[in-house]
Design a protein around this ligand. Structure first.
Ligand code: NAD
Length: 340
Protein backbone atom coordinates (compact mmCIF):
# COMPACT_ATOMS: atom_id res chain seq x y z
CA UNK A 1 0.00 0.00 0.00
CA UNK A 2 1.28 3.47 -0.86
CA UNK A 3 2.69 5.59 1.96
CA UNK A 4 0.29 8.51 2.58
CA UNK A 5 2.24 11.77 2.85
CA UNK A 6 1.18 15.31 3.77
CA UNK A 7 3.27 18.46 3.43
CA UNK A 8 3.10 21.30 5.95
CA UNK A 9 4.73 24.54 4.78
CA UNK A 10 4.40 24.84 1.04
CA UNK A 11 7.38 27.10 0.28
CA UNK A 12 10.83 26.59 -1.26
CA UNK A 13 11.37 23.15 0.24
CA UNK A 14 7.77 22.02 0.80
CA UNK A 15 6.63 22.49 -2.80
CA UNK A 16 9.63 20.52 -4.10
CA UNK A 17 9.06 17.67 -1.64
CA UNK A 18 5.37 17.62 -2.68
CA UNK A 19 6.30 17.19 -6.35
CA UNK A 20 8.88 14.54 -5.46
CA UNK A 21 6.37 12.57 -3.37
CA UNK A 22 3.87 12.72 -6.23
CA UNK A 23 6.54 11.13 -8.51
CA UNK A 24 7.16 8.09 -6.26
CA UNK A 25 5.32 4.87 -7.12
CA UNK A 26 5.21 3.79 -3.46
CA UNK A 27 3.86 7.10 -2.11
CA UNK A 28 0.65 9.09 -2.33
CA UNK A 29 0.58 12.86 -1.84
CA UNK A 30 -2.53 13.41 0.30
CA UNK A 31 -2.22 17.17 0.22
CA UNK A 32 -0.37 20.32 1.23
CA UNK A 33 -1.13 23.06 3.73
CA UNK A 34 -1.57 26.75 3.11
CA UNK A 35 -0.67 29.29 5.78
CA UNK A 36 -1.46 32.26 3.56
CA UNK A 37 -2.61 32.80 -0.01
CA UNK A 38 0.17 33.25 -2.57
CA UNK A 39 1.35 32.16 -6.02
CA UNK A 40 2.48 28.93 -4.32
CA UNK A 41 -1.12 28.10 -3.36
CA UNK A 42 -2.29 29.08 -6.83
CA UNK A 43 0.27 26.69 -8.38
CA UNK A 44 -0.71 23.89 -5.97
CA UNK A 45 -4.32 24.32 -7.04
CA UNK A 46 -3.36 24.17 -10.72
CA UNK A 47 -1.42 20.94 -10.08
CA UNK A 48 -4.56 19.45 -8.54
CA UNK A 49 -3.05 19.07 -5.05
CA UNK A 50 -5.49 19.07 -2.14
CA UNK A 51 -5.03 22.22 -0.02
CA UNK A 52 -5.60 22.27 3.73
CA UNK A 53 -5.83 25.54 5.68
CA UNK A 54 -3.62 25.65 8.80
CA UNK A 55 -5.94 28.04 10.68
CA UNK A 56 -9.27 29.86 10.43
CA UNK A 57 -7.41 32.99 9.26
CA UNK A 58 -5.73 30.95 6.52
CA UNK A 59 -9.08 29.51 5.46
CA UNK A 60 -10.63 32.99 5.23
CA UNK A 61 -7.67 34.31 3.23
CA UNK A 62 -7.86 31.39 0.79
CA UNK A 63 -11.62 31.80 0.33
CA UNK A 64 -11.25 35.56 -0.17
CA UNK A 65 -8.90 34.72 -3.06
CA UNK A 66 -11.14 32.14 -4.70
CA UNK A 67 -9.64 28.92 -3.27
CA UNK A 68 -11.95 26.61 -1.35
CA UNK A 69 -9.75 24.55 1.00
CA UNK A 70 -10.18 20.77 1.01
CA UNK A 71 -10.13 20.82 4.80
CA UNK A 72 -8.20 22.02 7.81
CA UNK A 73 -4.88 20.86 9.30
CA UNK A 74 -6.58 18.21 11.44
CA UNK A 75 -8.35 16.79 8.36
CA UNK A 76 -4.95 16.41 6.68
CA UNK A 77 -3.47 14.75 9.78
CA UNK A 78 -6.40 12.30 9.87
CA UNK A 79 -5.44 11.00 6.41
CA UNK A 80 -1.64 10.67 6.48
CA UNK A 81 1.02 8.24 7.70
CA UNK A 82 3.76 10.85 7.71
CA UNK A 83 4.02 14.63 7.53
CA UNK A 84 6.95 16.45 5.98
CA UNK A 85 7.07 19.72 7.93
CA UNK A 86 8.81 22.39 5.84
CA UNK A 87 7.38 25.43 7.62
CA UNK A 88 9.82 28.13 8.78
CA UNK A 89 12.27 27.18 11.57
CA UNK A 90 10.93 26.41 15.05
CA UNK A 91 7.42 25.60 13.74
CA UNK A 92 8.35 21.97 13.04
CA UNK A 93 9.43 21.54 16.65
CA UNK A 94 6.23 23.17 17.95
CA UNK A 95 4.09 21.00 15.67
CA UNK A 96 5.69 17.77 16.91
CA UNK A 97 4.48 18.58 20.43
CA UNK A 98 1.15 20.17 19.50
CA UNK A 99 -0.02 17.91 16.64
CA UNK A 100 2.17 15.03 15.48
CA UNK A 101 2.71 13.27 18.80
CA UNK A 102 -0.92 13.60 19.96
CA UNK A 103 -2.12 12.34 16.56
CA UNK A 104 0.49 9.51 16.49
CA UNK A 105 1.81 10.68 13.12
CA UNK A 106 5.40 10.36 12.02
CA UNK A 107 7.05 13.62 10.99
CA UNK A 108 10.15 14.87 9.23
CA UNK A 109 11.44 18.33 10.13
CA UNK A 110 14.01 20.34 8.17
CA UNK A 111 17.44 21.82 8.76
CA UNK A 112 16.07 24.98 10.43
CA UNK A 113 15.29 22.82 13.48
CA UNK A 114 17.92 21.68 15.97
CA UNK A 115 19.26 18.12 16.16
CA UNK A 116 17.80 17.75 19.67
CA UNK A 117 14.27 18.17 18.26
CA UNK A 118 14.34 14.61 16.90
CA UNK A 119 17.63 13.10 18.08
CA UNK A 120 18.18 11.74 14.56
CA UNK A 121 19.71 13.88 11.80
CA UNK A 122 19.61 12.36 8.33
CA UNK A 123 21.59 12.24 5.09
CA UNK A 124 20.55 9.11 3.18
CA UNK A 125 23.93 7.90 1.91
CA UNK A 126 25.58 8.47 5.32
CA UNK A 127 23.14 7.08 7.87
CA UNK A 128 19.92 5.75 6.26
CA UNK A 129 19.65 2.98 8.87
CA UNK A 130 19.37 5.48 11.73
CA UNK A 131 15.94 6.62 10.47
CA UNK A 132 14.41 3.16 9.99
CA UNK A 133 11.09 2.94 11.88
CA UNK A 134 11.71 6.24 13.71
CA UNK A 135 8.78 8.57 14.44
CA UNK A 136 10.62 11.91 14.16
CA UNK A 137 13.69 12.66 12.06
CA UNK A 138 15.42 15.86 10.95
CA UNK A 139 16.68 16.16 7.38
CA UNK A 140 19.71 18.40 7.82
CA UNK A 141 20.23 21.76 6.07
CA UNK A 142 21.38 22.23 2.48
CA UNK A 143 24.95 23.10 3.54
CA UNK A 144 25.23 20.20 5.96
CA UNK A 145 23.84 17.78 3.36
CA UNK A 146 26.43 19.01 0.86
CA UNK A 147 29.33 18.64 3.28
CA UNK A 148 28.17 15.24 4.52
CA UNK A 149 27.82 13.73 1.03
CA UNK A 150 31.39 14.45 -0.03
CA UNK A 151 33.11 14.19 3.37
CA UNK A 152 31.52 10.79 4.03
CA UNK A 153 33.01 9.52 0.75
CA UNK A 154 36.44 11.00 1.60
CA UNK A 155 36.32 9.58 5.13
CA UNK A 156 35.37 6.06 3.98
CA UNK A 157 38.12 5.95 1.36
CA UNK A 158 41.01 7.90 2.87
CA UNK A 159 40.17 8.40 6.57
CA UNK A 160 39.74 12.00 7.77
CA UNK A 161 41.87 13.40 10.59
CA UNK A 162 40.26 16.85 10.53
CA UNK A 163 38.45 19.25 8.19
CA UNK A 164 38.30 23.00 7.74
CA UNK A 165 35.57 24.20 5.41
CA UNK A 166 34.42 27.69 4.46
CA UNK A 167 30.89 28.19 3.23
CA UNK A 168 30.24 31.06 0.83
CA UNK A 169 26.49 31.25 1.10
CA UNK A 170 23.93 32.72 -1.25
CA UNK A 171 22.30 35.78 0.31
CA UNK A 172 18.71 34.70 -0.44
CA UNK A 173 16.67 32.27 -2.52
CA UNK A 174 15.87 33.56 -6.04
CA UNK A 175 12.23 34.48 -5.27
CA UNK A 176 13.11 36.19 -1.97
CA UNK A 177 12.91 40.01 -2.00
CA UNK A 178 13.37 40.36 1.76
CA UNK A 179 16.90 39.14 2.46
CA UNK A 180 20.40 40.03 1.33
CA UNK A 181 23.07 41.35 1.24
CA UNK A 182 22.67 43.28 -2.02
CA UNK A 183 26.10 44.91 -1.98
CA UNK A 184 28.29 43.48 0.76
CA UNK A 185 30.15 40.39 1.90
CA UNK A 186 28.94 39.44 5.35
CA UNK A 187 31.02 37.14 7.57
CA UNK A 188 29.28 34.94 10.12
CA UNK A 189 30.72 36.29 13.38
CA UNK A 190 30.66 32.98 15.18
CA UNK A 191 33.59 30.54 15.47
CA UNK A 192 33.05 27.87 14.40
CA UNK A 193 29.93 28.57 12.34
CA UNK A 194 27.04 26.23 13.27
CA UNK A 195 27.69 24.07 10.18
CA UNK A 196 30.60 22.13 11.71
CA UNK A 197 28.69 20.85 14.75
CA UNK A 198 25.75 20.16 12.44
CA UNK A 199 27.88 17.89 10.22
CA UNK A 200 28.86 16.01 13.39
CA UNK A 201 25.18 15.28 14.08
CA UNK A 202 25.42 12.95 11.04
CA UNK A 203 29.14 12.10 10.76
CA UNK A 204 29.86 11.71 14.47
CA UNK A 205 33.56 10.85 14.19
CA UNK A 206 34.60 13.61 11.76
CA UNK A 207 36.49 16.50 13.39
CA UNK A 208 35.43 19.62 11.50
CA UNK A 209 35.76 23.39 11.91
CA UNK A 210 33.68 25.65 9.67
CA UNK A 211 33.59 29.33 8.84
CA UNK A 212 30.91 31.03 6.73
CA UNK A 213 30.01 34.24 4.92
CA UNK A 214 27.12 35.47 2.79
CA UNK A 215 27.40 37.10 -0.63
CA UNK A 216 25.02 38.92 -3.01
CA UNK A 217 23.95 35.88 -5.05
CA UNK A 218 20.86 33.70 -5.16
CA UNK A 219 22.44 30.84 -7.13
CA UNK A 220 23.88 28.09 -4.90
CA UNK A 221 26.35 28.04 -2.02
CA UNK A 222 30.04 27.39 -2.65
CA UNK A 223 32.15 25.38 -0.20
CA UNK A 224 35.93 25.47 -0.03
CA UNK A 225 37.04 22.34 1.83
CA UNK A 226 40.44 21.34 3.25
CA UNK A 227 40.53 17.81 4.65
CA UNK A 228 43.53 16.31 6.46
CA UNK A 229 43.51 12.66 5.49
CA UNK A 230 45.36 9.55 6.66
CA UNK A 231 46.22 8.05 3.24
CA UNK A 232 47.90 9.92 0.40
CA UNK A 233 45.85 9.48 -2.79
CA UNK A 234 46.48 10.93 -6.23
CA UNK A 235 44.16 13.56 -7.66
CA UNK A 236 42.74 11.25 -10.32
CA UNK A 237 41.69 8.72 -7.67
CA UNK A 238 39.91 11.43 -5.71
CA UNK A 239 38.06 12.65 -8.79
CA UNK A 240 37.06 9.08 -9.61
CA UNK A 241 35.83 8.61 -6.03
CA UNK A 242 33.60 11.72 -6.31
CA UNK A 243 32.40 10.56 -9.72
CA UNK A 244 31.26 7.24 -8.29
CA UNK A 245 29.59 8.81 -5.23
CA UNK A 246 25.83 8.99 -5.49
CA UNK A 247 24.27 12.49 -5.58
CA UNK A 248 27.66 14.05 -6.34
CA UNK A 249 28.45 15.35 -9.83
CA UNK A 250 31.95 16.21 -11.04
CA UNK A 251 31.78 19.32 -13.24
CA UNK A 252 34.57 20.54 -15.51
CA UNK A 253 36.05 23.70 -16.95
CA UNK A 254 35.97 21.98 -20.36
CA UNK A 255 32.16 21.96 -20.15
CA UNK A 256 32.30 25.69 -19.33
CA UNK A 257 30.82 24.87 -15.94
CA UNK A 258 33.08 27.35 -14.18
CA UNK A 259 30.57 29.04 -11.93
CA UNK A 260 27.33 28.58 -10.02
CA UNK A 261 25.52 30.53 -12.76
CA UNK A 262 26.62 28.10 -15.47
CA UNK A 263 25.72 25.07 -13.32
CA UNK A 264 22.22 26.43 -12.80
CA UNK A 265 21.85 27.12 -16.52
CA UNK A 266 23.00 23.53 -17.22
CA UNK A 267 20.30 22.20 -14.87
CA UNK A 268 17.70 24.23 -16.76
CA UNK A 269 19.05 23.00 -20.09
CA UNK A 270 18.79 19.38 -18.89
CA UNK A 271 15.08 20.02 -18.39
CA UNK A 272 15.24 19.48 -14.65
CA UNK A 273 12.02 20.36 -12.83
CA UNK A 274 12.34 24.03 -11.72
CA UNK A 275 15.90 23.94 -13.11
CA UNK A 276 17.04 22.15 -9.94
CA UNK A 277 20.46 20.54 -9.36
CA UNK A 278 20.06 18.20 -6.35
CA UNK A 279 23.57 16.77 -6.85
CA UNK A 280 26.53 18.39 -5.08
CA UNK A 281 28.78 19.69 -7.86
CA UNK A 282 32.54 19.23 -7.29
CA UNK A 283 34.85 21.12 -9.68
CA UNK A 284 37.32 18.67 -11.22
CA UNK A 285 40.02 21.31 -11.65
CA UNK A 286 39.60 22.51 -8.05
CA UNK A 287 40.54 19.14 -6.53
CA UNK A 288 44.11 19.33 -5.22
CA UNK A 289 46.58 17.77 -2.81
CA UNK A 290 49.41 19.44 -0.92
CA UNK A 291 52.83 18.24 -2.00
CA UNK A 292 54.46 18.50 1.45
CA UNK A 293 54.55 15.85 4.17
CA UNK A 294 50.97 16.56 5.27
CA UNK A 295 48.15 14.82 3.43
CA UNK A 296 45.80 17.68 2.72
CA UNK A 297 42.98 17.25 0.22
CA UNK A 298 41.45 20.47 -1.12
CA UNK A 299 38.28 20.76 -3.16
CA UNK A 300 35.49 23.17 -3.99
CA UNK A 301 31.84 22.28 -4.42
CA UNK A 302 28.59 24.02 -5.27
CA UNK A 303 25.35 23.28 -3.42
CA UNK A 304 21.92 24.07 -4.84
CA UNK A 305 20.27 25.15 -1.62
CA UNK A 306 16.72 24.79 -2.89
CA UNK A 307 16.96 21.19 -4.03
CA UNK A 308 19.78 19.07 -2.55
CA UNK A 309 17.69 18.07 0.48
CA UNK A 310 14.67 16.94 -1.57
CA UNK A 311 15.89 13.38 -2.35
CA UNK A 312 16.83 13.07 1.35
CA UNK A 313 13.23 13.79 2.39
CA UNK A 314 11.99 11.01 0.10
CA UNK A 315 14.45 8.42 1.42
CA UNK A 316 13.70 9.53 4.96
CA UNK A 317 9.98 8.88 4.45
CA UNK A 318 10.73 5.32 3.28
CA UNK A 319 13.14 4.65 6.15
CA UNK A 320 10.69 5.92 8.78
CA UNK A 321 7.95 3.73 7.29
CA UNK A 322 10.15 0.66 7.74
CA UNK A 323 11.77 0.23 4.29
CA UNK A 324 15.14 -1.17 5.36
CA UNK A 325 17.17 -1.24 2.13
CA UNK A 326 18.81 2.19 2.00
CA UNK A 327 20.71 1.58 -1.23
CA UNK A 328 17.52 0.49 -2.97
CA UNK A 329 15.62 3.51 -1.69
CA UNK A 330 18.38 5.87 -2.91
CA UNK A 331 18.28 4.16 -6.32
CA UNK A 332 14.48 4.41 -6.55
CA UNK A 333 14.56 8.10 -5.58
CA UNK A 334 17.45 8.91 -7.92
CA UNK A 335 15.61 7.37 -10.88
CA UNK A 336 12.64 9.65 -10.38
CA UNK A 337 14.95 12.70 -10.29
CA UNK A 338 17.08 11.53 -13.22
CA UNK A 339 20.25 11.58 -11.10
CA UNK A 340 22.91 8.92 -10.45
P1 NAD B 1 9.91 29.21 2.89
O1 NAD B 1 9.75 30.49 3.59
O2 NAD B 1 10.29 29.21 1.46
O3 NAD B 1 8.58 28.35 3.02
C1 NAD B 1 7.89 28.19 4.24
C2 NAD B 1 6.42 28.03 3.94
O4 NAD B 1 5.74 27.78 5.17
C3 NAD B 1 5.77 29.25 3.31
O5 NAD B 1 4.97 28.84 2.24
C4 NAD B 1 4.91 29.84 4.44
O6 NAD B 1 3.72 30.42 3.95
C5 NAD B 1 4.57 28.59 5.23
N1 NAD B 1 4.27 28.85 6.65
C6 NAD B 1 4.59 29.94 7.40
N2 NAD B 1 4.14 29.76 8.67
C7 NAD B 1 3.52 28.57 8.71
C8 NAD B 1 2.84 27.84 9.72
N3 NAD B 1 2.70 28.31 10.96
N4 NAD B 1 2.33 26.61 9.40
C9 NAD B 1 2.45 26.12 8.15
N5 NAD B 1 3.07 26.77 7.16
C10 NAD B 1 3.61 27.97 7.44
O7 NAD B 1 10.96 28.37 3.75
P2 NAD B 1 11.96 27.25 3.24
O8 NAD B 1 13.16 27.93 2.67
O9 NAD B 1 11.23 26.27 2.41
O10 NAD B 1 12.43 26.62 4.62
C11 NAD B 1 11.67 25.63 5.28
C12 NAD B 1 12.60 24.79 6.13
O11 NAD B 1 13.57 24.17 5.27
C13 NAD B 1 13.42 25.58 7.18
O12 NAD B 1 13.66 24.73 8.28
C14 NAD B 1 14.73 25.83 6.46
O13 NAD B 1 15.80 26.06 7.33
C15 NAD B 1 14.89 24.54 5.68
N6 NAD B 1 15.74 24.61 4.49
C16 NAD B 1 15.71 25.67 3.63
C17 NAD B 1 16.55 25.70 2.54
C18 NAD B 1 16.59 26.86 1.60
O14 NAD B 1 17.68 27.14 1.07
N7 NAD B 1 15.51 27.55 1.33
C19 NAD B 1 17.40 24.63 2.28
C20 NAD B 1 17.38 23.52 3.13
C21 NAD B 1 16.55 23.53 4.25
Amino acid sequence: MAIKVGINGYGTIGKRVADAVAMQKDMKLVGVTAHSYSFNTEAAKQKGYKIFAVSDESENELKANGIKPDGNFQNLLDEVDVIVDAAPRKIGKENIGAFYKPNKIKAIVQGGEKHETTGVSFVAQCNYDKAVNKDFVRVVSCNTTGLCRTLDAVNKKYGITSVHATMIRRGADPWDIYHGPINAIVPVLEMPSHHGPDVQSVLHDVEIFTTALSVPSTLMHLHSVIADIKKKPNVDDVIEMFRSTTRVRVVRNAEHLRSTAEIMEFARDMGRLRGDMPEICVWQEAVGLTSNAHNKLLYMQAVHQESDVIPENIDCIRAMMGFKDGLKSIKMTNETFGIK
